[in-house]
Design a protein around this ligand. Sequence first.
Ligand SMILES: *Cc1c(COP(=O)(O)O)cnc(C)c1O
Length: 423
Amino acid sequence: MKIETIAVHGGYSPEPTTKAVAVPIYQTTSYAFDSTQHAADLFDLKVEGNIYTRIMNPTTAVLEQRVAEMEGGIGALAVASGMSAISYAIQTIAETGDNIISTSSLYGGTYNLFAHTFPQMGIETRFIDGANYEQITSLIDDKTKAVFCESIGNPAGNVADLEKIAELAHAKGVPVIVDNTVPTPYLCRPFEHGCDIVVHSLTKYMSGHGSSIGGIIVDSGKFPWAENADRFKRLNEPDPSYHGVVYTEALGEAAYIGRARVVPLRNMGAAISPMNSFMIMQGIETLPIRMDRHCENAIAVANYLSRHDKVSWVRYAGLEDHSDHENLIKYCNGKAASILSFGIEGGAEGGAKFIDALELFTRLVNIGDAKSLACHPATTTHRQLSPEELAKTGVSDDLVRLSVGIEHIDDLLFDIDQALSKV
Ligand SMILES: *Cc1c(COP(=O)(O)O)cnc(C)c1O
């Protein structure tokens, strides 16, 4: 089925007991066992079924199945936030002494995790400069567990060359993890371009209404973990924390996503609540039509800003002069979602005046809401970063970031125009 249909129906048909048409919210912590044998089989991963909501929940299972189908993956694991999805996606395969390779144009929270928190836990991050993907080859060693990138970077709006990254990583036996939060599977499906694992902040466009935090890891099922048994020992050797199970033997192509559930999620515990899974699915049902409007409005705003004499530059991959426009056509069907950034004459001060004068755009630090949002990353999401780190992540101090919502374009342009007039 097409993604518009999966977004509405994926993973659920009216369940037999109540015939509920909307996905029921299973607000329960635990599930009854038929017998001690049934419980034992559940714990041994011999039969499928529910044990405890920290590790699985029937409402969340529908969300997992739906997003897995939208991405074209074999399985998914929903968790409490985008950040926990990224943490667990890496911790499923990497530990003290290991390293990962990442592009440096990242969401601020991810940059902090990779540059500071993971190193404190013994996982080193090797950043590549800009789009110099060839560096991947020389940075990979036998302790490298993954190459990470954002399909469309937040907030820089750059579009990664997914096929190139996958080719370079796979040549060395390393999987590629893609943060696909910004384009969503409606605009970009990284598995179709050879990437192996996708992560999302479901908080953004997927949920779409700024009401619920959530994240998800999706597995393509295609990475040959067993063929790279030396590099991926945790998936190929008995796990003492799970009575000696060997994931590649017990779960086959689902080895990675299975371990993500029974090790990082089970033992570190960032579970999503069933209520949030339900809220996020409500959003996903309308994702395709919302995304069309987001993209339509964003290109109109970008064109308007490009012509304005108080705007020094506009960065939006949907504009033909953007250096990643070709990547956008190749990977995202030419549509760049609705995050765009621009520089105001007058630098940081001009940016602050503009933001303070907005009346319809909300001042906050989220993206992908139905409502239009504006923020100044250098003083908010990215304020913990040093000037060098700011430059690396592509954030200058005059940069204003807009997340263009789904309101009427005339009202949005009116607000931008009146706010620019105050600068
Ligand atoms: C917001 C965001 C995250 C973090 O997600 P949370 O749900 O806020 O934890 C990760 N990556 C990208 C690209 C994001 O925009």
